[in-house]
Design a protein around this ligand. Structure first.
Ligand SMILES: Nc1ncnc2c1ncn2[C@@H]1O[C@H](COP(=O)(O)OP(=O)(O)OP(=O)(O)O)[C@@H](O)[C@H]1O
Length: 267
């Protein structure tokens, strides 16, 4: 068991109910600092709800969680340490890309010269320099996504929550995004990465967790998840994912032998 200081995200029985529906059910996570955690699950599995709880945007019904060592009930303590790219990044259409990023830097109280340097570098990296002084309402979906990611990591948070970071990006930009995520992880940023694009998770994640019906039904390193317990033969991550989540209803515990499963199996 790692010491608590090495954990970037720690949840204990984290649960969110909406009326009769349990969106996230008794979630226990221990995510090491500086790692990329790939968070998978079918539509409606509870991924966004989990991220909204961990980023303090919605309160759990029960259970607890710490992010970057801070309790998620203490929004003021948590927010300086996190960045969040939600499905629809919060950006002002009437600003230019650069103005939007400078605005976010101001909200984060970043020192202006250092922030300007970092904004320039990230704009250049994402091939946005030429468009940086155009209004965002003229941006394509992919360009908006790039601004959304840059603003999520501008303040070099300890933990970045990225929901479908490659959404809307062309192949070149998607590659830049993957390389940027890998670089950020190399710089000890913890990345909580939710996506339906399994190749992205396969390439980047140190650990993958699979949520199904609000419950964590499998967790492990990508290779362990892909290995078939009975024969040891390897399957694609897509095959593994489809097999793990194949029953439409409530998941059964232990669907994936040989891989840590919610409620047991993790060290
Ligand atoms: N504000 C809300 N009010 C009521 N039910 C909600 C609310 N937010 C989410 N839910 C329900 O909680 C469940 C989990 O939704 P969530 O958006 O977390 O899933 P997801 O894994 O992010 O799905 P997707 O991959 O489609 O984005 C769904 O059944 C959804 O209908």
């Amino acid at each position: 068991m790692p010491s608590s200081t090495a954990l970037a995200i720690e949840t204990d029985g984290l649960t969110k109910r909406y009326g009769d529906e349990t969106a996230v059910d008794d979630l226990d996570l221990e995510i090491l600092s500086g790692t990329v955690y790939g968070f998978l699950g079918p539509n409606g599995a509870g991924k966004t709800t989990t991220m909204r709880m961990l980023t303090t945007l919605t309160r759990p019904t029960s259970g607890s969680a710490r992010v970057a060592g801070e309790d998620i009930t203490d929004r003021a303590a948590v927010t300086p340490h996190i960045g969040y790219l939600p499905e629809e990044p919060p950006i002002y259409d009437e600003l230019t890309g650069r103005e939007q990023l400078e605005y976010v830097a101001g909200l984060r109280d970043l020192e202006s010269e250092a922030a300007s340097d970092r904004i320039e570098r990230l704009l250049e990296r994402f091939d946005l320099l030429e468009e940086a002084d155009k209004r965002i309402d003229a941006y394509s979906k992919g360009m908006r996504q790039k601004v959304g990611v840059i603003q999520a990591v501008l303040h070099e948070p300890a933990v970045a929550f990225l929901d479908e970071p490659t959404s809307g990006l062309d192949p070149r930009a998607a590659r830049t995004m993957r390389e940027t995520i890998a670089d950020l992880a190399d710089q000890e940023m913890t990345i909580f990465l939710s996506t339906h694009i399994l190749s992205v998770v396969d390439e980047l994640a140190d650990t993958i967790g699979v949520l199904h019906g609000g419950r964590l039904v499998a967790e492990g390193e990508p290779d362990a998840l892909k290995s078939r317990a009975e024969t040891g033969e390897s399957r694609s991550l897509e095959d593994a994912f489809l097999e793990i989540t194949q029953n439409g209803g409530v998941p059964e515990r232990g669907e994936l032998d040989g891989v840590g499963v919610a409620g047991g199996g993790r060290e």
